[in-house]
Ligand binder design. Structure first.
Ligand SMILES: NC(=O)C1=CN([C@@H]2O[C@H](COP(=O)(O)OP(=O)(O)OC[C@H]3O[C@@H](n4cnc5c(N)ncnc54)[C@H](OP(=O)(O)O)[C@@H]3O)[C@@H](O)[C@H]2O)[C@@H](O)CC1
Ligand SMILES: [K+]
Length: 472
């Protein structure tokens, strides 16, 4: 499991470790991990040109000590101090290793000579040690101006891209956009939650020995998905594996029925039932001959393309007192499932309507809003997006890191609802079903795409292939 902790949790763990270790040991661990990541990126040290942007705290200290390691490996290292209170021992270590501390005005002069519009390409990499977990967004104007002066050069962020909100992933103005972020002890929320996650680049975790509590956020990895998946046991028959029912689609939107069933019929449950308009039933049976009609189920999928029949479909499903996936048109009646075992699957616009908020604000603060929705409805909420979020009261938010931009295609959400329904029917909790289903859905999109465009049916077809590749 990939885990992300809050600044407060990191600080508490750090205090325990600091008390047990010789002074400076923790920073040395961080700085060496950072230096090796930079060497990796540059393919070596000798002859490479490195610019350190150094703020007033320990984040700048990490950059300075890493700069000293790089200088000893033959790199030309310059430090641009953005504060007159930069880490003094770090500055001394850099100088001793042959690195230089440059005069900021001198950089400005050089920039003026080049012409302000020309990117500064004479460095191979910029190391962003402006602020780490002690920073408050956004960047101050002097730091923002320094960044501007080096635009176009690859950036390695120290711990966190400076200027983003570490615990929420929100942006509030000027910030660093990193190619690589080297983070210490644990992932930070902003590296996984949009919009900040889009500015973290590739995240490299350096273990510095922190002993950490339950995280604020977690991301399933293939081994976690394999451990949670309902593998059939040797004695299994279709009913012990679970039956999932779909009440989606309508005469107006038959495609929603076909795609929801395609997701539910991915093979993770023992049987799929479909209930709907007779004309749609015929089309579903034609496409999926194994799908049967009404009867007992262990989970329902309700709402996509249900049109004016959404409330009725939801009420009918609720009568069976089994877990539900509530999607699309049925989300309007989500208060009917308050406190019940269910997965609500809104996108940002639908969540905004449910909470009476602005869509733009939901997109800017997805973590805040998905948590709020889970609290308001007292159940599991999956907020769909580039990195979908699954929230349930009292549990770490799970973030989906699988998926590709091509997955933003009509009907993909219907397939997702069906997959989650199959997992609920197979006995997973709503929290696990939502996060495992979302992970599989993203991985299936990647498998189906092979770099090219996909449509929703491709995602459904690729699901068994993803499951086959999971570690046993
Ligand atoms: N935790 C760990 O286990 C380990 C942590 N380590 C490292 O320590 C880092 C945390 O160091 P930290 O606590 O010294 O804070 P940090 O982020 O460097 O700077 C905060 C200072 O910056 C300033 N400032 C604030 N906002 C600003 C802004 N918007 N724009 C510009 N400046 C701004 C403000 O100072 P001011 O100028 O206001 O006096 C504030 O005091 C952590 O991220 C990691 O890299 C590793 O070495 C070892 C293991
Ligand atoms: K930083």
């Amino acid at each position: 499991m990939l885990r992300a902790h809050t600044v407060e949790q990191v600080r508490a763990a750090e205090a325990t470790l600091l008390a047990a270790l010789p002074e400076g040991a923790l920073m040395q661990r961080a700085a060496h991990g950072l230096a090796y990541a930079v060497l990796d990126l540059l393919g070596g040290g000798y002859g490479r040109r490195v610019l350190l942007l150094v703020g007033s705290g320990d984040n700048g200290g990490d950059a300075l000590y890493a700069g000293a390691v790089l200088a000893r490996r033959g790199a030309y290292v310059e430090a641009w101090l953005l504060s007159d209170r930069a880490h003094q021992d770090g500055v001394a270590a850099l100088r001793e290793a042959g690195g230089r501390v440059i005069d900021p005005p001198l950089v400005e002069v050089r920039r003026a000579q080049r012409g302000a519009s020309k990117p500064r390409r004479d460095f191979d990499v910029v190391v962003d040690g402006i602020v780490g977990i002690g920073g408050r967004p956004p960047l101050r104007p002097d730091a923002a101006a320094a960044l501007d002066a080096v635009a176009g050069v690859p950036v390695v962020a120290v711990d966190i891209p400076s200027g983003v909100d570490v615990d929420t992933g929100e942006l509030a103005g000027s910030h660093v956009t990193a190619d690589v972020t080297v983070t210490f002890g644990t992932h930070k929320v902003a590296q996984l939650v949009d919009p900040a996650a889009q500015h973290s680049g590739v995240v490299h975790l350096v273990d510095i020995g922190l002993d950490l509590p339950e995280p604020a956020l977690e991301a399933l990895q293939p081994a976690d998905v394999a451990a949670l998946l309902p593998w059939p046991d040797p004695q299994a028959h279709k009913y012990t594996r679970g039956v999932v029912g779909v009440r989606a689609g309508s005469a107006t939107y038959p495609g929603a029925a076909l795609l929801s069933v395609a997701g539910a019929d991915c093979g993770l449950a023992g049987m799929v039932r479909y209930v709907g308009d007779p004309a749609v039933v015929d089309r579903v049976r034609e496409a999926h001959p194994d799908v049967v009609g009404d009867g007992r189920v262990q989970a329902w999928v309700v709402g996509s393309g249900s049109d004016s029949g959404a409330e009725e479909a939801l009420q009918a499903a609720l009568a069976d007192e089994v877990p539900l996936v509530v999607d699309a048109d049925a989300l309007e009646f989500a208060d009917l499932v308050t406190g019940l075992p269910a997965v609500l699957t809104p996108h940002a616009g639908e969540l905004a309507t449910m909470l009476g908020e602005d869509r733009v604000d939901v997109e800017a603060r997805p973590l805040h809003h998905v948590r709020a929705a889970a609290d308001v409805y007292g159940t599991t909420v999956l907020l769909k997006g580039r990195h979908s979020l699954v929230a349930e009261p009292g549990r770490p938010v799970r973030v989906t890191t699988t998926g590709i931009p091509w997955l933003a295609t009509a009907g993909a959400g219907d397939v997702l609802g069906g997959v989650i329904g199959a997992l609920l029917a197979a006995g997973l909790t709503p929290y696990d079903a939502a996060s495992v289903g979302s992970w599989l859905h993203g991985a299936a999109a990647t498998l189906a795409s092979r770099g090219g465009p996909i449509v929703a049916t491709d995602v459904a077809r690729a699901l068994p292939g993803v499951i086959a590749t999971l570690p046993a």
